[in-house]
Write a protein that binds this ligand. Structure first.
Ligand code: ADP
Ligand code: MG
Length: 190
C-alpha cells in the first residue's frame, strides 16, 4: 500500500565490494537531476573513501584536471558549464569566524552542489544535509555504506541512484525503497 506520507529520514544500507562499485554509485549520483541543488555529507574514518567518492563524482560531472583534497584549504570549488560545486573538508576547521570571513555562509545560500567531509567539525554552522553518506571499511576494497535521506531531495537522490544502479544490499538491514511513493508533483515543480 502506498501512503501519502514519507517519514524522513529514510535509511538504506549497502556494500560496495570494490572501488569500481563506488565509482558506479558516483556516476549514478551524477546523473540525478536532484544533485544540482543538494548538500551531501560524507562521513567515516580516515581512509574510508570519502574523498575517493567525491573524486569519482566530480569526474562523472565532467571535472577535468587534478582534483585536490581540500584538507588544507577547507574548500575547493568547481565551475562546470551548468553547475557550481563546492567540496569541503572541515577536518581542520576550528575558527567560527572563518565561516563568515571565508564566505561559507554565502556558499550554502547559493544554488549548486555542496559536498562536505567531516561535517561534525562545522556543526552548528551547516544546514541539514539532504543526504548523508556514511562509509566504513569492511576490508581493503569493500565499504559498508549507509545512505540517509533527510529531506525530499535526499530521498529523490537515493531513488534515482537505485533506479540506475541497484546497490547490492547488506543483509537483513536493507530497507526496501520499492514501496515508497514517488513525489512526482513536488518533483515536477522543483
Ligand atoms: N570501495 C572503495 N571505495 C572508496 N575507496 C576505496 C575503495 N576501495 C579502496 N579504496 C581506497 O581507499 C582509499 C580511501 O582514501 P580517501 O578517499 O582519501 O579516504 P577519506 O577521504 O575517507 O579519508 C583510497 O586510496 C581508495 O583508492
Ligand atoms: Mg578525505
Amino acid at each position: 500500500m502506498c501512503s501519502e506520507t514519507v517519514h524522513l529520514p529514510i535509511v538504506k544500507t549497502a556494500v560496495w565490494p570494490d572501488e569500481a562499485a563506488t565509482q558506479r554509485f558516483a556516476a549514478a549520483l551524477a546523473a540525478s537531476p536532484e544533485l544540482r541543488n543538494a548538500f551531501i555529507e560524507l562521513r567515516g574514518d580516515l581512509g574510508a573513501g570519502k574523498t575517493t567518492l567525491v573524486r569519482h563524482l566530480l569526474r562523472a560531472l565532467g571535472v577535468q584536471g587534478r582534483i585536490k583534497s581540500p584538507t588544507y584549504a577547507v574548500v575547493e570549488s568547481y565551475e562546470l558549464p551548468d553547475l557550481a560545486v563546492w567540496h569541503f573538508d572541515f577536518y581542520r576547521f576550528s575558527d567560527p569566524q572563518e565561516w563568515e570571513d571565508a564566505g561559507f555562509r554565502d556558499i550554502f545560500a547559493s544554488p549548486g552542489l555542496k559536498l562536505a567531509e567531516w561535517p561534525d567539525k562545522a556543526a552548528g554552522h551547516l544546514p541539514i544535509a539532504d543526504l548523508v553518506v556514511q562509509l566504513a571499511l569492511q576490508d581493503d576494497t569493500a565499504r559498508q555504506v549507509t545512505l540517509t535521506a533527510q529531506t525530499l531531495t535526499g530521498l529523490l537522490l537515493i531513488q534515482d541512484v537505485d533506479s540506475i544502479v541497484p546497490t547490492p544490499t547488506h543483509g537483513q538491514e536493507a530497507i526496501s525503497l520499492e514501496n515508497l511513493p514517488t513525489p512526482s508533483a513536488s518533483r515536477a515543480s522543483a
